[in-house]
Design a protein around this ligand. Structure first.
Ligand code: FES
Length: 333
């Protein structure tokens, strides 16, 4: 129940100061216009967002010094949404602060503690009910019930195992070692550089020792994307360039954001896209992140050919594959 301040002789509050908009009609009008302008800006932001989606071509990129190659449509949509949501919030704040009713109220508080009689009654009721169950006379039931209740909470802990292996160790190693052949997936055949044309993409898995079974878990973490570019398309430092072979470059397929499979390759722009949250990696620059929430590049696998001309790994991954999380540093991959 709320009561007007006048009801209390000494409410202990400082004198209420009225806002300018409460006493000056011109100030109120100005505040109203400010709110309206902010709401109008929000409408402009929404219209701009929709217009960008419809009319800006999704493949247009612009070089912006700090951001690098930037997708113009995504940038316009981002700016439009920011303007739309920010100004609608600011408008609402301005409206509440300057124009909505400004009345101080004092609410009387009642004591939360129950009366002594109610507390005694409750205690007696509980004691009576416990007495009626007869548990005090049946210590066997009392002890086994205690044991059952104590243990029942452990089951969910055991079931946690079904969520999969602990990420900390699991993603630190893969089956890629120096000299491991790259096997086309799903054909499971070795691959030569000439099998891939410029612009082609292939998924490969490591050749496993005879008798070793490929598990679903291993397929997930070992999957590598092979992409063939023209060697002059690369913009890599000498070390990373030496990890490629005749224009073929290899990256872990697991997104460094949250572990989805990076599956979409744009041949024109040489961009790899993760379908989950649109992280975009530039293949020509060692899978550098150019858009989206991923915090580091896709780890690159160094490759070469063996004596028979088949593509092989030069060495294991030099950084952990998969997402960066609290147990792991976000090193550049
Ligand atoms: S999992 Fe790839 S962007 Fe989120």
């Amino acid at each position: 129940m709320s009561t007007q301040i006048e009801r209390f002789e000494d409410p202990g509050l400082p004198e209420h100061l009225h806002r300018k908009a409460d006493t000056d009609p011109k100030a109120a009008k100005r505040a109203e216009q400010q709110v309206a302008i902010l709401f109008l800006l929000s409408a402009v932001g929404t219209v701009g967002t929709i217009a960008s989606y419809i009319w800006v071509h999704p493949q247009v990129y612009l070089y912006i010094p700090i951001l690098g190659s930037t997708n113009v449509q995504q940038a316009c949509i981002g700016l439009g949404l920011t303007l739309a949501t920010l100004t609608i919030g600011l408008g609402a704040i301005q409206w509440a602060k300057k124009l909505m009713p400004d009345v101080e109220q004092v609410q009387e508080r009642h004591e939360f503690r129950s009366s002594d009689k109610d507390r005694d009654d409750l205690t007696k009721t509980v004691e009576n009910r416990v007495e009626e169950t007869g548990i005090a006379r049946r210590p066997l039931i009392k002890r086994t019930l205690g044991l059952a209740l104590g243990l029942v909470g452990l089951s969910p802990l055991v079931l946690l195992r079904d969520l999969g292996p602990m990420p900390g160790k699991y993603l630190d190693t893969t089956d890629w070692t120096a000299g491991t052949r790259l096997m086309l997936d799903p054909a499971n055949t070795p691959i030569r550089p000439e099998d891939l044309e410029v612009g082609a993409v292939a998924q490969v898995l490591p050749e496993l020792p005879a008798g070793t079974e490929r598990t679903l878990e291993n397929i997930g973490k070992d999957a590598v994307l092979l992409i063939r570019l023209r060697p002059e398309d690369f913009n890599l430092d000498p070390e990373r360039l030496s990890w490629t072979y005749n224009g073929i470059i290899a990256f872990s397929k697991i997104c460094t954001h949250m572990g989805c499979a990076v599956a979409l390759y744009e041949q024109q722009t040489h961009h790899l896209l993760c379908p989950c949250h649109q992280s975009t990696f530039d293949v020509t620059r060692a899978a550098k992140v150019i858009f989206g929430p991923a915090a580091r590049p896709l780890p690159q696998l160094a490759i070469t050919v063996d004596a028979n001309g088949y593509l092989v790994a030069k060495q294991p991954f030099t950084v952990p594959i998969g997402p960066s999380f609290w147990e792991r540093n976000s090193k550049n991959g």
